[in-house]
Design a protein around this ligand. Structure first.
Ligand code: ADP
Length: 175
């Protein structure tokens, strides 16, 4: 079975089949990794996201824990999966289940699309305030469980933007 790997760096630079975006429920772009992805992909990405949003639930086109796929335009990868992480509210509002669902649904969507390599950022650990240690544990557990169901996925990368996350993922993956 494929073993998740970790790297440090900028997810927008990766030449994998699909990178995952920590989007917000409007799909209209934002700060953090979402902003970096939209800037690097170019305006056609926002145009496709607006089209998807118009076809879905008004006001909240992508619910927390859900995932949608688009093209990647000027990025070196082929597709982008946009998933919406939970906003940390202390841990009693189902945050762990929602975060696990982000990783699971993104991975299942990549597999369903016939893709073989995927890169994840550390969803919810920036602006959404999820404690990094707890988020790393949820991410690793969720992908390990889901990889059993996605035999075509040959490369799964956790892309860490800071050393703290890198060290936490390293620890989790040793367990
Ligand atoms: P959220 O709103 O889900 O918390 P953020 O984009 O604020 O999303 O942060 C998610 C994670 O993505 C954070 O750990 C942040 O450091 C990281 N990040 C920001 N920019 C990039 C990038 N270009 N490549 C990879 N990770 C990034």
């Amino acid at each position: 079975m494929t073993k998740p790997e970790i790297i440090c760096g900028d997810i927008t630079k990766l030449d994998v089949d699909v990178i995952v975006n920590a989007a917000n429920s409007s799909l209209m772009g934002g700060g953090g990794v979402d902003g970096a992805i939209h800037r690097a992909a170019g305006p056609q990405l926002l145009a496709e996201c607006m089209k998807i949003a118009a076809e879905r639930r008004p006001g909240s086109p992508c619910q927390a824990g859900d995932a949608v796929i688009t093209g990647a335009y000027q990025l070196p990868c082929t597709y982008i999966i946009h998933t919406v992480g939970p906003i940390w509210q202390g841990g009693g509002q189902g945050e762990a289940e929602i975060l696990a669902s982000c990783y699971r649904k993104s991975l299942l969507l990549a597999a369903k699309t016939g893709l073989t390599s995927i890169a994840f950022p550390n969803i919810s650990t920036g602006i959404y305030g999820y404690p990094k240690d707890k988020a790393a544990a949820v991410a690793v557990e969720s992908v390990r469980k889901t990889l059993d169901e996605t035999p075509n996925i040959q490369l799964l990368l956790f892309v860490c933007f800071d050393e703290e996350n890198y060290n936490l993922y390293e620890k989790e993956l040793k367990n």
